[in-house]
Ligand binder design. Structure first.
Ligand code: MG
Length: 329
């Protein structure tokens, strides 16, 4: 079996919280190249989203503590060292970088399309609504009805941010119970989705802020187009530090920098054909003009929300809220 992991951390922002200096990215690339040469990972790709660096790697260790996870910590420590040398924003004051992980253990199929979504300036749980639309809403994903294995539905795992609780929901049977849980507490994060028919992993999300998401597609799973369709509307999420709501703007990997009020929150989608030992890609999927209208709506929504300044619903009173417009309790 093969494991696809995405590790994500901030090694310092350039300039402010907007982007990543090329030297910080090079530090990650050098670590990855050495890890490939040493045989720790089969293949990998270094991505950037806003002020975060992501390490997308293919390896053979199970998810969790592993040589690969140590490699990721080492890569981000080197990113932070480069960030400190260049006085990058927060590189010196944050100590060791917090590394978030989304991982998926799979038997690679003859065709294995996977999309890796990365967000910046977005709170934990920012993918909850997208995962509901992709794996539970036939108006987003018609193959939930048309494809007989998919009619069996999907199992959602919801964890709290501190890992204290974990609940499973078999959809469509448990739909209302899932929605009550995923929207009832800002700490609830849909962390994993599996196909009920096969038990195969379908999606994995990281638990922390600026989350990463892996979505496996086709052959009993939603198509790439169905996974992307969830981003055709810029749903509001709790944004920067979980404090300010904003639309999650689907953007090209070349348009990932945060500027206006250090936002708005944004997401990129990198598509890979995965083999046992290669990540073939990425394709910059959300760059497509099909998402221009979502971007336009997002900027209008950002205008509307930003004008509220310190008042709700722009300001989310409960930091870390995954569903920002839930009234604080
Ligand atoms: Mg960030």
């Amino acid at each position: 079996m093969t494991t696809l992991s995405v590790f994500k951390a901030c090694g310092g922002g350039y300039v402010g919280t907007g982007h990543v200096h090329p030297a910080v990215l090079d530090a990650a690339r050098e670590t990855l190249a050495q890890a490939k040469a040493d045989g720790v990972v089969a293949d990998g790709y270094v991505a950037r989203c806003g002020d975060d660096v992501a390490l997308i790697v293919l390896h053979d260790e199970p998810p969790g503590p592993s040589r690969t996870a140590r490699l990721a910590r080492e890569a981000f420590a080197r990113c932070t060292a480069a960030g400190r040398r260049l006085r990058q924003h927060l590189a010196s004051s944050n100590g060791a970088p917090v590394v978030e992980a989304a991982e998926m253990r799979l038997t690679v199929r003859p065709s294995e399309p996977v999309v890796c979504f990365l967000a910046d300036k977005a709170a934990p749980g920012s993918w909850n609504l997208h995962l509901y639309r992709i794996f539970a809403d036939p108006f987003n994903t018609p193959s939930l009805i048309a494809d007989s294995p998919m009619r069996a539905g999907f199992r959602f795992t919801v964890r709290t941010g501190d890992g204290a609780t974990e609940d499973a929901f078999d959809l469509p049977d448990d739909l209302y119970r899932l929605l009550a849980t995923a929207t009832g507490s800002p700490a609830s994060v849909v962390s994993e989705v599996r196909a009920r028919a096969s038990g195969e992993p379908a999606a994995a999300a990281s638990m922390g802020p600026d989350p990463a998401l892996l979505v496996r597609c086709h052959d009993g799973l939603p198509s790439v187009g169905e996974a992307l369709e969830a981003f055709a509307f810029p749903y509001a999420v709790a944004g920067w530090h979980g404090a300010y709501a904003g639309p999650l703007v689907p953007v090209s990997a070349n348009d990932d920098m945060a500027t206006r009020l250090d936002g708005p929150p944004r997401a990129i989608g990198l598509g890979f054909q995965v083999t046992e030992d290669r990540l073939i890609g990425p394709r910059d999927l959300l760059a497509d003009h099909a998402f221009d209208e979502a971007r336009r709506q997002a900027h209008q929504a950002a205008d509307y929300l930003r004008r509220h300044g310190p008042f709700p619903p722009h300001r989310v009173r409960e930091a870390g809220a995954g569903v920002p417009l839930t009234p604080p309790v």
